[in-house]
Design a protein around this ligand. Structure first.
Ligand code: HEC
Ligand code: HEC
Ligand code: HEC
Ligand code: HEC
Ligand code: HEC
Ligand code: HEC
Ligand code: HEC
Ligand code: HEC
Length: 249
C-alpha cells in the first residue's frame, strides 16, 4: 500500500489529501449541524411535533361564536358572507372566547374589504368586485354595506358592474353594438340574487342566423353565411366566441 502511495506523482497525492480533508470536514459539519432527532419519524425533526403541538391556540372557529352572538351569526349565515368566517374579519378569537373582556377588533376601514373585492381579471365571473379608486372612495365600506349581511343599497344598473371582463372584451369587438340583453334575457332579480336567477343563453344556430343567415332581414353590411353549408353539425359558439367574434385567421 505504502509502496503504491510512493509511486503516485506529487500532484495526485495533494489532490487525494484535499479530497480526504473535504470529506472529513463534511462529516464533522453533518455531526454538529444536523439536529440529532432528524429522521426519527421521517424526513423532519422529531422534536418539531411537540413544539407545534405546544403552540398557543389562537383561533376558536366560528361555530363557537354562535353560542354568544347567535343574533349576528344567524344574519351572517343567511347572507352573502356565509362562507367568510368571523375570525377572517375579527382576527384570532380564542382568548376572547375564554374571557370576553379581551376585546376583538372590528375592521371598520376599507382595507380588508378591498383585499377580497378589488377588481382583478383573474377572479371568477360574477364575483362581486369594485374598483375602489372610483367606488365612493372617501367613505368606509360599512357606511353603505352591512358587513354581516352585505348587499348593495340598490341594484347595479349595468351588466358591467359584475361582468367587467366580458363587457370590456365586447366593447371593442364586432358585436360592440349588440346589447347583452339581445342575447341574454336577464330578469331584474338577476342583479339582486344573481345565482338564483340566471339569465337565458342562446341555444340554437338559428339564433345567430337572425342576423347572419343569407336571408336575414337585417341591415346591409353584416357578414352572411349559408346556414345549411356553414359547419352545420356544430353550434356557432364552438368556433366563434360570441363576445369577441372573429372569422378565423
Ligand atoms: C362566552 C361568550 C362569547 C363567545 C363564545 C364569543 N363572544 Fe364575542 N363578545 C362576548 C361579549 C359578552 C361581548 C361584549 C358585549 C357585546 O358587545 O356584545 C363580546 C363582544 C364581541 C365583539 C365586539 C367587540 C368590540 O369591542 O366592538 C366582537 C367583534 C366579538 N365579540 C366577536 C366574537 C367572535 C368572532 C367570536 C368567535 C370566535 C366570539 N365573539 C365569541 C361574548 C362572547
Ligand atoms: C366581512 C367581515 C366580517 C365578518 C365575516 C364578521 N364580521 Fe362582525 N363586524 C365586522 C365589522 C366591520 C364590524 C363593525 C361594524 C360597525 O362598527 O358598524 C363588526 C361588528 C361586530 C360586532 C360588534 C358590533 C355589533 O354589531 O354588535 C360583533 C359582536 C361581531 N361583529 C361579531 C361577529 C360574529 C360573531 C361573526 C361571525 C358569525 C362576525 N362578526 C363576522 C366585520 C365582520
Ligand atoms: C375573505 C374575503 C372577503 C372579505 C374580507 C370581504 N368579503 Fe364581501 N364577499 C365575499 C364573498 C365570498 C362574497 C359572496 C360572493 C358570491 O356569492 O358570489 C361576498 C359578497 C359581498 C357583497 C355582494 C353582495 C351582493 O349583492 O352580491 C358585498 C357588497 C360585499 N361582499 C361587501 C363587503 C364588505 C363591505 C367587506 C368589508 C367589511 C367585505 N365584503 C369583506 C368575500 C369577502
Ligand atoms: C356611499 C355608499 C357606498 C360605499 C361607501 C361603498 N359602496 Fe359598494 N356599492 C354601493 C352601491 C350603491 C352599489 C350598487 C350600485 C353600483 O355601483 O353598481 C355598490 C356595489 C358594491 C359591490 C357590488 C355588488 C355586486 O353584487 O356585484 C361590491 C362588491 C361593493 N359595493 C363593495 C364595496 C366595498 C368593498 C367598499 C369599500 C371599499 C364599498 N363597496 C363602499 C354603495 C357604496
Ligand atoms: C350583481 C351582479 C350581477 C349583475 C349586475 C349581472 N350579473 Fe350576470 N351573473 C352574476 C353572477 C354572480 C353569475 C353567476 C356566475 C357563475 O355562476 O359563474 C352571473 C351569470 C350570468 C350569465 C351566465 C348564465 C349561465 O347559465 O351560465 C349570464 C348570461 C349573465 N349573467 C348575463 C348578465 C346580463 C346580460 C346582465 C345585465 C342585464 C347581468 N348578467 C348582470 C352577477 C351579475
Ligand atoms: C351575440 C350574442 C351575445 C351577446 C351580445 C352577449 N352574449 Fe353572453 N353569451 C352568448 C352565448 C352564445 C353564450 C354561451 C356560450 C357557451 O355556452 O359556451 C354566452 C355566455 C355568456 C356568459 C356565461 C359565461 C361565459 O363566458 O361563457 C356570461 C356571463 C355572459 N354571456 C354575459 C354577457 C354579458 C354581460 C354581455 C354584455 C356585455 C353579453 N354576454 C353579450 C352570446 C352573447
Ligand atoms: C343583432 C344582430 C347579430 C346577432 C344576433 C349576432 N351577430 Fe354576429 N355580427 C353582427 C354584426 C353587426 C357584426 C359586425 C359587422 C361588421 O361590422 O363588420 C357581426 C360580426 C360577426 C362575426 C365576425 C365576422 C368577421 O368578419 O370577422 C362573427 C364570426 C359573428 N358575428 C358571429 C356571430 C355568432 C356566433 C352569433 C350568435 C351567438 C352572432 N354573431 C349573433 C350582428 C349580430
Ligand atoms: C366548426 C367551426 C365553425 C362553426 C361551427 C361556425 N363557424 Fe362561422 N366561420 C368559421 C371559419 C373557420 C370562418 C372563416 C372562413 C370562412 O369564411 O369559412 C367562419 C366565418 C364566419 C363568418 C364570416 C363570413 C364572412 O363572409 O366574413 C360569419 C358571419 C360566421 N362564420 C358566422 C357563423 C354562424 C352564425 C355560425 C352558426 C350558424 C357559425 N359561423 C358556425 C368556423 C365556424
Amino acid at each position: 500500500m505504502l509502496k503504491l502511495w510512493k509511486k503516485f506523482p506529487g500532484q495526485l497525492k495533494r489532490l487525494i489529501l484535499i479530497f480526504l480533508l473535504f470529506v472529513a470536514a463534511l462529516m464533522t459539519a453533518r455531526h454538529f449541524l444536523i439536529p440529532h432527532d432528524y429522521g426519527q419519524y421521517g424526513n423532519y425533526r422529531g422534536g418539531s411535533v411537540h413544539e407545534i403541538a405546544n403552540l398557543e391556540v389562537k383561533y376558536a372557529g366560528q361555530i363557537v361564536c354562535v353560542d354568544c352572538h347567535d343574533d349576528i351569526a344567524e344574519i351572517k349565515f343567511a347572507g352573502y358572507h356565509k362562507n367568510v368566517a368571523c375570525e377572517v374579519c375579527h382576527g384570532p378569537g380564542a382568548a376572547h372566547v375564554e374571557d370576553s373582556d379581551i376585546e376583538l377588533t372590528s375592521p371598520r376601514g376599507r382595507d380588508l374589504c378591498i383585499l377580497c373585492h378589488e377588481y382583478l381579471p383573474s377572479r371568477p365571473t360574477g364575483f362581486p368586485q369594485i374598483v375602489s379608486e372610483s367606488h365612493n372612495r372617501v367613505k368606509p365600506c360599512i357606511s353603505c354595506h352591512d358587513p354581516h349581511d352585505p348587499v348593495p343599497p340598490e341594484a347595479p344598473k349595468e351588466c358591467s358592474a359584475c361582468h367587467g371582463t366580458i363587457a370590456r372584451t365586447k366593447s371593442h369587438s364586432y358585436h360592440a353594438d349588440v346589447e347583452c340583453v339581445y342575447c341574454h334575457q336577464a330578469s331584474p332579480e338577476h342583479k339582486v340574487n344573481p345565482r338564483e336567477n340566471l339569465p337565458s343563453k342562446p341555444k340554437t344556430r338559428d339564433f345567430c342566423g337572425k342576423c347572419h343567415a343569407e336571408d336575414a332581414d337585417v341591415e346591409f353590411g353584416i357578414p352572411r353565411v349559408d346556414m345549411d353549408a356553414h359547419e352545420k353539425r356544430y353550434v356557432c359558439w364552438q368556433c366563434h366566441y360570441p363576445h369577441l367574434p372573429e372569422a378565423g385567421q
